[in-house]
Ligand binder design. Structure first.
Ligand SMILES: CC(C)(COP(=O)(O)OP(=O)(O)OC[C@H]1O[C@@H](n2cnc3c(N)ncnc32)[C@H](O)[C@@H]1OP(=O)(O)O)[C@@H](O)C(=O)NCCC(=O)NCCS
Length: 434
């Protein structure tokens, strides 16, 4: 496996980034699809950057829970927004790292000279999940659609039992292990000895920091206001999950949800089911400068990694981070900011434990020394997915914009992003600012 591949090709600039407010699924965006959310954020991003559609070479977008009505959500965004029909578009899926994948796919195109300007992002509507029918009912419906006469159409439904007509919602479970995300995180909490108190404190930290970021106006430039179609009478201006007045004591009172008897994971220390969208504009450095844009920052390097989902499902981040740091010639101590996706506090704390562990470094990463500890002030200073929410397809692009704007606010230069994902995967992305 190529471990030390250096970045090749042209330097890729991130010119702008934006997201919708993130909302708990079933609330403000309950009637919207991922496509509608994606179109809203891309339209606003293009308006704010005044980027003419005919300058866009490609658009890469992703969702995690696919829509049957718009299987290539990227192309439907192009067509739905009346962008030039020549803008080619493809959709990607890499679980919770989906919009890191859309960004790196677009960045590769730019680095290799196949595109100068690209839009990358992702969207998710967990309010609009596909509901399946049972196999017997699906077979009967398919047979009925092929049958020529009414009698033949009805024939297929003989033998359908009452249970067969009950709709089937998709589970957030790993196909190979049968465990849900929450159950897998619970397993990690137990195997890594992550106490409930530490998880609750981390959940509270996430909410407090996100609440402060909103109060201080830090998110104002990266979160659009979204008048909600079709009536546009309600405008969503802020994330609706962040708890502004939370107390640590309230967390201790919440019941564990994935292992009700012995578990430690609760609604307070997990990311919630969320709707939202996020996108970024990428350009070749020279193109951005020629068009007069001042980039937010640049892609310095990235890496993906994967582990056995049956081991610790959300423990691939140390592997991806190790690889991304090696490829960029950096150490963890060099980075000024770490934006880590918070699927669960138990996952963040497990990842941090692995970063700091000499044993993990030697036994798993093939390093003599640990990756290192991340000082508290460098980690998710404006909160993370537990408080802000986690629309699976959109989280990666949210992290990119949030990281680059935080670097600008604090006058710093290097950010590391780390995103765990279903399937035992992870992404790590290094961003730099001039
Ligand atoms: C954990 C989970 C099951 C909770 O879902 P939920 O029960 O709908 O959550 P709610 O928001 O209704 O919260 C449940 C209760 O906890 C309370 N609560 C939630 N967060 C809280 C917090 N930070 N502080 C205090 N109370 C909190 C709510 O007010 C609610 O109280 P109520 O029952 O009195 O109304 C759901 O969010 C989930 O499945 N998350 C994981 C998603 C996942 O797997 N993601 C993949 C990661 S990659």
């Amino acid at each position: 496996m190529a471990e030390n591949r250096k970045a090749i090709g042209r330097r890729v600039a991130i010119v702008a980034g934006l997201r919708t407010p993130f909302c708990k699924s079933g609330t403000a965006y309950r009637d919207l699809t991922a496509l509608e959310l994606g179109k809203a954020v891309v339209a606003e991003l293009l308006a704010r950057t005044e980027l003419p559609g005919n300058q866009i070479d490609e658009l890469v977008f992703g969702t995690v829970v696919p829509s049957i009505a718009a299987t290539n959500v990227a192309r439907e965004i192009v067509l739905g927004l009346n962008l030039p029909k020549e803008v080619e578009a493809h959709s990607v899926s890499r679980a919770c790292a989906t919009s890191i994948q859309s960004l790196t796919a677009a960045a590769d195109s730019i680095a290799l000279g196949r595109a100068d300007v690209a839009i990358a992002g992702g969207a998710e509507s967990l309010s609009d999940i596909p509901i399946h029918v049972s196999k017997p009912l699906a077979r009967a419906l398919a047979a009925a659609s092929r049958a020529k006469t009414l009698t033949a159409k009805l024939d297929g439904f003989r033998g359908i039992k009452p249970n067969d007509v009950v709709p089937v919602a998709p589970a957030l479970a790993e196909p190979t292990t049968g465990l849900t995300m929450g159950e897998s995180a619970e397993k990690m909490a137990k195997e890594n000895g992550i106490p409930r108190e530490a998880q609750d404190a981390f959940g509270h930290r996430s909410h407090s920091r996100a609440a402060r970021a909103w109060a201080e106006g830090r998110f104002a430039g990266e979160v659009m206001r979204l008048p909600v179609p079709p009536r546009f009478s309600e405008t969503v201006a802020e994330d609706n999950i962040v708890r502004k007045e939370g107390t640590l004591a309230a967390y201790a009172a919440l019941p564990p949800v994935f292992d009700r008897r012995y578990g430690t994971i609760t609604a307070g220390n997990s990311s919630p089911l969320t709707d939202g969208a996020a996108a970024v504009v990428l350009m070749a450095e020279e193109k951005a400068k020629a068009m007069g844009y001042a980039p937010l920052g640049y892609v310095k390097g990235f890496a993906y990694a994967a582990v056995d989902p049956g081991w610790q499902l959300l423990q691939a981040p140390p592997f991806a981070v190790n690889r991304a740091l090696e490829r960029t010639g950096l150490s963890l101590a060099d980075v000024d900011l770490v934006e880590m996706h918070e699927a669960f506090a138990a996952q963040v704390l497990s990842n941090l434990q692995a970063f700091a562990s000499k044993r993990f470094a030697q036994e798993r990463l093939g390093r003599s020394e640990p990756l290192g500890e991340i000082p508290d002030e460098k980690l998710n200073p404006n909160g993370g997915s537990i408080a802000i929410g986690h629309p699976f397809g959109a989280t990666g692009a949210r992290l990119v914009t949030q990281a680059l704007r935080e670097l600008a606010r604090s006058g710093k230069g290097l950010a590391l992003l780390s995103v765990c994902a279903a399937g035992g995967m992870a992404a790590a992305l290094v961003l730099e600012r001039e």
